[in-house]
Design a protein around this ligand. Sequence first.
Ligand SMILES: Cc1ncc(COP(=O)(O)O)c(C=O)c1O
Length: 400
Amino acid sequence: MSKKNVLSDYVLNLAESATLKMSQLARDLKSEGKDVISLSVGEPDFDTPKFIIDAAKQALDDGYTHYTPVPGLVEYREAIVKKLKRDNGLDYGIANIVVSNGAKQSISNLCQAMLNKDDDVIIFTPYWVSYIEIVKLAGGNPICVEASVENDYKVTAEQVKAVMHDKVKFVLFSSPCNPTGSVYTREELKAIADVIAPYENTYIISDEIYEHIVYSGEHVSIAENKNVADRTIVVNGMSKGFAMTGWRLGYIAAPKEIASACAKIQGQVTSGATAFGQKAAAIALETETDEPALMKDVFLKRRDMVITELSKIEGLKLSVPQGAFYIFPDCSNFFGKSIDGVVIENSDVLAEQILDKTYVATVSGAAFGAPNCIRLSYAASEENLMDACRRLQDFFGSLS
Ligand SMILES: Cc1ncc(COP(=O)(O)O)c(C=O)c1O
């Protein structure tokens, strides 16, 4: 008698996180003794600044080892409120803030809280891998609006206007963007806000997790536009700017009913985030520190180095990222070429062959909704980046 499949239809159709999958493949090859350079990871290669670690140790000593209120410790939420005012000019109270186990959970809570089956969600594309799957998990219907390399991977207000309608539940994007490194300017965000403003039922989810990694100009939140402020949800967290990926701390600033709904969901699923982590994160936000800026300076130096080296590969189309720590070259000029009899049909095959032949781990752009591209993270040492660039130059040079 055949056994019924134990797994749900949902999980059978769910795409595995391409970035995590590639990182695992790279780790496996490394454990076999291969000289792997991993440019697939989405995390700073720095350790968390010492003053934050010390604050967590102190919090443990002070007894912060218990359950926390579901939306977060009051002192951390107060620190977030102050940070949003100080850094972003945004006015929120603690009732608007919900702390989660990472911004990923924040986005998941929002989708579960806001979406009904088949609700339309506009997603700026290329997008962060998990947006699509999280939206689909909540029953939403993603509408991908594609930005091109020629426009530095930025979606224009005109493009948004062309797909907007009364029933769009929210518009979701990140600036700075993972995977493209694009940073929307104040003018571009205002133009997009002006398009969305007349649609009274449409919200904006603005993922600002890379806020501290902007190389030119400044980070701007679309929430500063008064015509959409009360319908904008800011998502942020500690992972990228403070090198705190493993602490799992993210948060939202949202209209009260949405914040309460997210807390209600989180209360049934995971409860509040780790106590001593929140205590330390509050201190991170309240301390005047140049640590995020120092890390950004290092990223900038590496970006310039990698861009210089990749520019030597004829046929690769590059946009110079203005934020985050990724480069997202369009490789479509190489599709149809071969290596050792394997035809590079698309970015999945390309990323596989790069790993197979050079031991450089990248991520296929298909997972980000951009099948012409691959994503390279430059959160790696200069030495490794230089070595990886040389391997990539040889690889692309050997395609015929
Ligand atoms: C654009 C974007 N949003 C959210 C996240 C999730 O961050 P967290 O570590 O806080 O869950 C990531 C992580 O890679 C990201 O790149």
